[in-house]
Design a protein around this ligand. Structure first.
Ligand SMILES: *Cc1c(COP(=O)(O)O)cnc(C)c1O
Length: 379
């Protein structure tokens, strides 16, 4: 029988249970124990952010960002429509209004040239999404933001271990958010982190994450009791999650290299199909060091994309598409608005197919995917 090739295979390093046993043995299971500290210090050293704080998801880190930026009802947040719902939802929870801007045809990232036209007196922040772990044009975006007094949040959910001009994604804007969801590169099932780059936000970030209290300062002996300081919630993961994540961080370089090997293999194997005009492969600009989060192809039309997806599915290959652009989703229409045309977003999202990819995906399996894809394209 033909073996099914899943879309994703969560990569395990082998040490996860060992570290979980250690956390169990330590008897320290709540948040901010030794494993959480180790993970946070790893991110601080690796990304040079001011402060890294583990959260229970990237969604939670984005919600913290909205609280830190004091988003009030009616405040506008400029962002792409071609993204996961959490990018917008975190700000809508505070009454913010997402203002959707079209993406670039090459990277599928927010088009930095269209941001200025979306700015109004109500604009507060720009939220960029580094799609597929390939960086947005951060120099231009930071310059526009500074000129207009706007904050920048990087939704770097897909960008762990990626760089822009040798700087870690998530460490360039005022705040950055990572995801360790099972489908990402470095995982803990559910999990995330907030990178605080602007030092002025560090103290409030700790308070917001600890139910609005100064408990972190209390634990460091900086105050003699902890009290309710401001609006917050519980955004910290327990030690079991942090222990799992630590096993992954130790192998983050190897995981990234493994994914890059499979990414490069697809890229070479699909070059002839691109040359024949059957599909378009991902484009990675010069300044971007990417982490092989995703391998996708763009077909000529939605009809062709759907035919290719159905062919792959019939051959037991777990290929998927995404995203339904937020501006066209029911909640996106209710809570947000568009700035300018969404032509590229609408076109790309209807023509995209993501191929199976994980660290250790065998060449045999990749060859099967490319073979079915080639036949489905009928060129
Ligand atoms: C995965 C993802 C998220 C959500 O991450 P969670 O950790 O599942 O909350 C947010 N934004 C983008 C762009 C993502 O890819």
């Amino acid at each position: 029988m033909r073996e099914r090739i899943p879309f994703n295979w969560p990569h395990m390093t082998g040490k996860e249970l060992y570290y979980i046993a250690e956390a169990h043995h330590n008897g320290s299971l709540a948040g901010d124990g030794p494993f959480t500290k180790r993970c946070q210090e790893w991110f601080e050293a690796k990304t040079r952010c001011n402060k890294a704080l583990l959260t229970h998801s990237c969604t939670a880190a984005l919600e913290m960002a909205a609280l830190l930026l004091d988003i009030n009802p009616g405040d506008e947040i400029i962002m792409p429509s071609y993204t996961f719902v959490s990018t917008a939802n975190a700000f809508v929870l505070r009454g913010g209004v997402p203002v959707f801007v079209d993406v670039r045809a090459d990277t599928l990232n927010i088009d930095e040239q269209l941001i200025e036209a979306a700015i109004t007196p109500r604009s507060r922040a720009i939220v960029v999404v580094h799609y597929a772990g390939v960086a947005c044009d951060m120099d231009t975006i930071m310059e526009v933001a500074r000129r207009h007094g706007l904050k920048v949040v990087e939704d770097a959910a897909q960008g762990v271990m990626s760089t822009y001009k040798d700087r870690a994604l998530g460490s360039i804007g005022d705040l950055g958010a990572y995801s360790f969801h099972e489908t990402k590169n470095v995982i803990s099932g559910e999990g995330g982190a907030l990178l605080v780059n602007d030092a002025d936000f560090v103290q409030r970030a700790e308070i917001i994450r600890e139910k609005g209290t100064d408990r972190s300062r209390f634990f460091r002996g900086q105050v003699d009791k902890y009290t309710w300081q401001e609006v917050g919630s519980s955004f910290l993961p327990g030690e079991i999650i942090a222990a799992f994540l630590w096993a992954q961080l130790e192998e983050a370089k190897a995981i990234t290299e493994g994914r890059l090997a499979s990414w490069d293999w697809y890229h070479r194997a699909l070059a002839p199909l691109e040359a024949k005009g059957a599909l378009r492969r991902p484009i990675v600009p010069q300044d971007c060091g990417h982490n092989a989060h995703m391998y996708y192809v763009l077909l000529a039309s939605e009809i062709e994309r759907n035919a290719v997806l159905s062919e792959l599915s019939q051959h037991d290959i777990g290929a998927v598409f995404h995203y339904i652009p937020l501006h066209s989703a029911p909640a996106g229409r209710r809570y947000g608005r568009v700035s300018g045309s969404m032509e590229i977003t609408d076109s790309l999202s209807s023509r995209l197919v993501r191929l199976p990819l994980w660290a250790g995906l065998s060449e045999d399996r990749q060859a099967r995917v490319v073979d079915v894809l080639s036949k489905a394209c009928r060129v």
